[in-house]
Ligand binder design. Sequence first.
Ligand SMILES: Cc1cc2nc3c(=O)[nH]c(=O)nc-3n(C[C@H](O)[C@H](O)[C@H](O)COP(=O)(O)O)c2cc1C
Ligand code: SF4
Ligand code: SF4
Length: 257
Amino acid sequence: MENIVFYFSGTGNSLKVAKAISNELENCDIFSMAKQFSLTKHYDSIGFVYPTYYWGLPKRVIEFIESIDFGNNKDAYYYSIATYGGLAGNTVYQMYELLFNRHGIKLNFGQKLQMFANYVVAYDMSEKIDKITKKSNKKLVPIIDSIKMRKNNNINKLTKAFESMRKEFIEKVSSMDKDFNVNNNCIGCGICKEVCPVKNIEMVNNKPQYKHHCEQCVACIQFCPQKAINYKEITQKRRRYTNPEINYRELSEYNNK
Ligand SMILES: Cc1cc2nc3c(=O)[nH]c(=O)nc-3n(C[C@H](O)[C@H](O)[C@H](O)COP(=O)(O)O)c2cc1C
Ligand code: SF4
Ligand code: SF4
């Protein structure tokens, strides 16, 4: 019996969840949704774990689901977990709709899981990391149990709100890196390049340069040990967050698997 869980993750929350699921299932591989994939084996369960961006799926996750070849796996158990910071909107429903419309696959189980809100560009992230991590770890247990028991649930569209803001985000996200700046505290360590899930960073003269196919996952801002990367003049004084259980080496190893 083989299982597979696909993840997309900027700051490690979604990778942490994918790892926790994989640890509880037999023979469960983990793969990044930043790459293209064709399933050549037969799987018992196929899962997706990803962050919520603007109340929906990250652009790269949409592209992944649109392009994946599921092979001979229409009868697998499909589940989807959206991590989010405060308001998940329609992110689980979007996965349900995309799988069905594109592949005729019915998502068996979909859940959202509140974790630390990492969008440093939009707020100062002043919440207590320990407290939120403990809470989300607790909520993760019954989610994994449901997956192990192959539970089904109903996934409904919740609201039409925010659709225009989301559309605007998806249209402009690739070039949002034009608003990133790198200050003189940069020591040329290359961590930003290593953690970028979509290889949008090149090191030129020991400084990161952006290639304008950004996902706005904020990993480069959050993992930089020097706090040298900022968004406009907004993030300079804000703290940084990465999932306490995922360091940059591990994230980079999984992303490059
Ligand atoms: C560009 C961006 C947009 C986000 N939009 C939302 C949102 O609409 N609703 C929400 O609850 N959280 C939002 N978040 C927070 C993330 O979904 C949340 O922190 C997630 O767990 C991060 O996962 P990761 O560490 O795997 O990248 C956003 C984060 C980013 C970077
Ligand atoms: S992670 Fe920070 S210090 Fe390291 S190269 Fe990137 S910007 Fe410079
Ligand atoms: S450039 Fe930075 S924000 Fe954009 S996808 Fe890469 S790590 Fe994420």
